[in-house]
Design a protein around this ligand. Structure first.
Ligand code: PLP
Length: 395
């Protein structure tokens, strides 16, 4: 008994960890594992960004920066938010952090009191509930339906609001569902937030990975009232293939940003100086590599969705963004495959890993046991081979 804090003990270990750790170990033993588990682009960081990082080191620009991030980067973020999202912010509305995950954690810490409720859509990104709990809040799970595009049902959303509700999380495009909200849907959610004086945490990290010519809309761009209630979260990890550089940012009302900056100044100081200058090049430099990667993801998505829907027992919607497919396994649950009874997404994920060496994430990790998540942030060859194996298994 180590007398750990209740807070620490309230946090669950990642369900996905077990499977990914096992897949890694199998790979090390020389087994040809195909992994659909990736949560990051398989591409290298674009050359111009790499070089900006190297140049920053060589120029000796390796000291602390302002806690909220260097001026030039915050200016570039303001310009980005104006140009891409049509939202007007000034420097006092911006904080740069160690990844979007850190931005979300700072935001929650800045707004939550003990017992405050935060509405989270199910299926959810694994870290939202745990971060809400760490910040003293209470996650309130709101189921979304596949046939409603895995998006909030506005009537249900209204019903789930209590006098304890402090914030609603929107993640568009979504991990794991790929759902993208349109303007009308965001307007309805904005109205609920304004009527009840509730914050919106708008996680837009997959903004640039959006398909079929769809356009990303930030809820903060709709009007002044919702802008003041919204904390926009974005970052470099996904679109710029910069997961390891750890740069994310938040934009919000100056009072919120001030609180987040205070928190950050006493916990992590500033985000990595070198990564900040590399990110500056990312935002201001040539964007053609970004569009190249987006195109590749769209090609892979199209292929994966067609293949999955042709496999016996599996179905899926075509996700509009991010780089994941949620495959519905309802027809498989309850069946026996290769002598093993499949009662859950974890059973099915284990079968795929043990029998055909294919790693997927069981939907239970996102609160959705009728699904498995397949990432297409891997090569077309891997996607083909992995889906061939699944198809053969389920024939
Ligand atoms: N938000 C969502 C929905 C994500 O999927 C991720 C990464 O997996 C993040 C935020 C955090 O990204 P990072 O901390 O690398 O910026």
């Amino acid at each position: 008994d180590f007398k750990l804090s209740e807070k620490a003990l309230s946090i669950s270990p990642s369900v996905t960890l077990e499977i990914t750790a096992k897949a890694k170990e199998m790979k090390q033993r020389g087994i040809e594992v195909i992994s659909f588990g990736a949560g990051e682009p398989d591409f290298d960081t674009p050359k111009n960004i790499q070089e900006a990082g190297i140049k920053t080191i060589k120029e000796g620009n390796t000291r602390y920066t302002a806690s909220a991030g260097v001026l030039e980067l915050r200016e570039a973020i303001c310009q980005k938010l104006k140009k891409d999202n049509n939202i007007e912010y000034t420097l006092q509305n911006i904080i740069v952090s160690n990844g979007a995950k850190h931005s979300i954690f700072n935001a929650l810490t800045a707004i939550l009191n003990q017992g405050d409720e935060v509405i989270i859509p199910v299926p959810y990104w694994v870290s939202y509930p745990e971060m809400v709990k760490l910040a003293g809040g209470k996650p309130i799970f709101l189921e979304t339906k596949e046939e409603e595009g895995f998006k909030y049902n506005v009537e249900e959303l209204k019903k789930s609001i209590t006098d304890k509700t402090k914030a609603i999380i929107i993640n568009s495009p979504s991990n794991p569902t790929g759902a993208v909200y349109d303007r009308e849907e965001l307007e309805q959610i904005a109205k609920i937030a304004i009527d009840n004086n509730i914050f919106i945490i708008s996680d837009e990290i997959y903004e640039k990975l959006i398909y079929d010519g769809k356009k990303h809309i930030s809820i903060a761009s709709l009007n002044k009232e919702i802008k003041d209630l919204t904390i926009v979260i974005n970052g470099m990890s996904k679109a710029y293939a910069m997961t390891g550089w750890r740069i994310g940012f938040a934009a919000a009302h100056a009072e919120i940003i001030k609180a987040m900056t205070n928190i950050q100044s006493h916990t992590t100081s500033n985000p990595c100086t070198i990564s900040q200058y590399a990110s500056l090049e990312g935002l201001k430099g040539e964007q053609k590599d970004i569009e190249y990667m987006r195109n590749k993801f769209e090609e892979r998505r199209n292929y994966m969705v067609d293949r999955i829907n042709a496999i016996n027992g599996l179905t899926c919607r075509k996700p509009s963004g991010a780089f994941y497919v949620m495959a519905n396994i309802v027809q498989i649950k309850g069946k026996e495959i290769k002598g093993k009874k499949i009662n859950s997404s974890l059973d099915f994920a284990n079968l795929l890993l043990n029998d055909i060496n294919v790693a997927v994430v069981p939907g239970i990790a996102f609160g959705a046991d009728d699904y498995i998540r397949l990432s297409y942030a891997t090569s077309m060859e891997n996607i083909m081979e992995g889906l061939n194996r699944i198809e053969a298994l389920l024939k």
